[in-house]
Write a protein that binds this ligand. Structure first.
Ligand code: BGP
Length: 478
């Protein structure tokens, strides 16, 4: 039988954003600063104070989502808008914004998929006890999460807990406001992550408790990891990196334990988190129903050579010129990230690897056997607004076409994938490169420093995506 190729029935189509990267209004209607409002002031790029101004333009934005045919939208709730001090009194104006936003999505037939935490710890809690560094953060996160879950339990079915713990560990001083006194203490990043594991597990339990038929999972920043070549040592480095960079998070979500190899290695290096009695029971009880996967790029590793073997942290490419990558991560006697000589990259040295999507989906599914939703996938690029109000982002169309084909192939081979929410809907404030690097289906008319009129302009990829959605993928899969 020669059936037309398309995505499964009820496949969710939409896109993703996060609060501090789109909303702006950083100090409006009672909101106080989050750590992202503060950290982004020091990047040299634009900050989060106005971003894409979605706080004021959300109706216009949702209209565009509808026009494109979205059936779902991933966004995040800013903790510091709801509880400006982290805990205590709710900010009525702040929560009203999310009430209206969620109702507007539903009114337009778009399923709201919220992320409870996307990098933006309230600054008040950073000042009070160093944020996620302190175990108190777990309790305060639960206070906030419980409020949100109870408020929207009848309107929201699919919940995302925490965005990208993997990236929070890798860039621990950029994704968390960590006081300087800790800057040379690398154990802290694994401690922060352990607190987040507890917070995630407790949020999962709350969704299971309050939301009838509710489903919950984290969104992980995930890269399949390839060995440079088949030399036995490099293959071992690949296993080591898979263990510490991938299984380290997914085993927690789906097995309720840390992978033993990675944990023993961290103990040897004096980097292991302090785990209190009962913690692993909490983690086990807070099981996830699905995994959100944020996939941009695969990684490549080799075993560190004896004369170059130390703990080195990754440094992003801030210039946006190929080859300007600051540094690749290395863990002594374990692995060293390197540039993959067999794959191309974008201008910020992120590998472009569509078959990596099929690889990771099949790998994760074989290991954990859980449903997966793509919660981010996209190409950061310099986009040009033409005089006739068009943006010709054919490179992005090519990127998404190939990644969607990979997703479809994985589905053909048995993987359960239930949605595609690429990054990003409108152009957003990039976490590392301001507005120079863009991801959106919709162009936002602003420069990195120059605010301009912030008007929305549909890119070529918007029209392309509309057709993809209308045909449930058939327009590119046949
Ligand atoms: C993910 C984050 C997003 C987003 C994206 C692109 O790690 O979840 O918030 O920003 O990456 O990264 P960047 O903005 O650094 O280009």
């Amino acid at each position: 039988m020669n059936r037309k190729k398309e995505m499964p029935a009820n496949f969710l189509w939409g896109a993703a954003t996060s609060a501090f990267q789109v909303e702006g209004a950083a100090l409006e209607d009672g909101k106080k600063l989050s750590q992202m409002d503060v950290l982004n002031k020091n990047t040299g790029f634009s900050d989060a104070s106005i971003a894409s101004d979605s706080y004021h333009r959300y109706k216009e934005d949702i209209k565009l989502m509808k026009e494109c045919g979205f059936t779902a939208h991933r966004f995040s709730i800013a903790w510091s808008r709801v509880f400006p001090n982290g805990t205590g009194e709710v900010n009525l104006k702040g929560i009203e914004f999310y009430d209206n936003f969620i109702d507007e999505l539903i009114k337009n037939g778009i399923e709201p998929i919220p992320t409870i935490y996307h990098y933006d710890m309230p600054m008040a809690l950073v000042e009070k006890y160093d944020g996620w560094v302190s175990r108190q953060s777990v309790e305060d996160f639960v206070y906030y999460a419980e409020f949100i879950i109870k408020r929207y339990k009848d309107k929201i079915k699919n919940w995302i807990t925490i965005n990208e713990q993997s990236i929070i560990v890798e860039f621990w001083k950029k994704k968390n406001y960590v006081p300087e006194k800790y800057h040379n203490n690398h154990q802290i990043k694994y401690q922060i992550n352990h607190h987040m594991n507890l917070a995630h597990a407790k949020a999962c339990q709350l969704v299971h408790k309050y939301v009838e038929n509710g489903k919950v999972g984290a969104a992980i920043g995930y890269s399949p990891i390839y060995a440079l070549d088949s030399s036995p040592k490099n293959m071992l480095a690949m296993l080591n990196a898979e263990n510490l960079k991938n299984h380290f998070f997914l085993d927690i979500y789906f097995k309720g334990s840390y992978p033993v190899g990675a944990m023993k290695y961290l103990e040897e290096q004096n980097l292991a988190p302090i785990i209190e009695e009962g913690d692993m029971d909490i983690i086990k009880a807070g099981y996830s129903d699905f995994l959100g996967v944020n996939y941009y790029a695969s990684k490549c590793v080799k075993f560190p050579s004896p004369d170059n073997n130390y703990l080195r942290e990754a440094k992003s490419n801030l210039e946006g010129k190929k080859g300007a990558m600051g540094a690749y991560e290395m863990m002594p006697d374990f692995y060293e990230y390197i540039k993959n000589p067999n794959a191309e990259t974008n201008d910020w040295d992120w590998t472009i690897d569509p078959s990596g999507m099929e690889y990771l989906l099949r790998d994760i599914y074989q290991r954990y056997n859980i449903p997966i939703i793509i919660t981010e996938n996209g190409l950061g690029a310099y986009d040009k607004l033409e005089d006739d109000e068009t943006v010709h982002d054919d490179y992005r169309i090519d990127y998404w076409t190939k990644h969607l084909k990979s997703i479809h192939r994985a589905i053909e081979l048995g993987v359960e994938v239930f949605g595609f929410l690429p990054w990003s809907f409108v152009d957003v404030l990039s976490t590392s490169n301001g507005y120079n690097k863009r991801y959106g289906l919709v162009y936002v008319n602003r420069g990195d420093k120059e605010i301009k009129d912030l008007r929305r302009i549909k890119k070529d990829s918007f029209y392309w995506y509309k057709k993809v959605i209308e045909s449930n993928g058939a327009s590119i899969l046949n």
